[in-house]
Design a protein around this ligand. Sequence first.
Ligand SMILES: [Zn+2]
Ligand SMILES: [Zn+2]
Length: 245
Amino acid sequence: MKEQLYTIPVNEAIDKNEECLFCTLNKKVEEDILNYILGPSYMEEDIRSETDKIGFCKKHYSQMYKAQNRLGVALILSTHMKNIRQNLNEIFKDELNETNHTIKKNLFRKNEEQTKSVEYISEIENSCYACKRMESRMNSYIDTFFYLWKKEDDFREKILNSKGFCLEHFNMIIKEGKKKLSSDKYKDFLTVLVPLELKNLDLLQEDIDWFIQKFDYRFKDEPWKNSKDALQRTILKVSSENVEE
Ligand SMILES: [Zn+2]
Ligand SMILES: [Zn+2]
């Protein structure tokens, strides 16, 4: 089956000309997912049963808590808690049973094997419905990116005039390009992408340094140039974290 391509959102994101195309796309998907989850319509049954099972990560609970739908969050948490309690009760019933001496199953056995309860709790800690959805969409965006890179001069031109990528996503496309492009195409790709990234890191360095200078009273009447949002942009560039208000 052919993967779905997202040429429209990818083109729209590149037209925004922010610090990283993939961070722009990620932000939109994240907003859409959270709006859907906390929105007025009921979640589809299969989605609901997945959030009941795996829940969300710290970051997304935090974002959900800040959104203006406390009842919605409480309803999601209530059924997630039910699911966790039910599973823990079942697992512990088995593991706390001292007559159950099968290796791995008994919680009191000191061996290297992880018990089912430890595995289950770690799984809950590390799983997030929103992150999972974002990750799978990101894979489609990567496919779309390389599809457009190969096929459309226009798109290549836009990338070459863009601000490059955050470090995480720059790393990602270096690795993915190796799989998705032929040796020749990969070489061409890196020959233009690396200078683009380095040039944009230089420009951002100027912006953050000018931002610092502006704290010096001697420069307070000087124009901000591109530095007003240099702090947010630099944080995004080096960590892919979006700290916009
Ligand atoms: Zn990024
Ligand atoms: Zn998450």
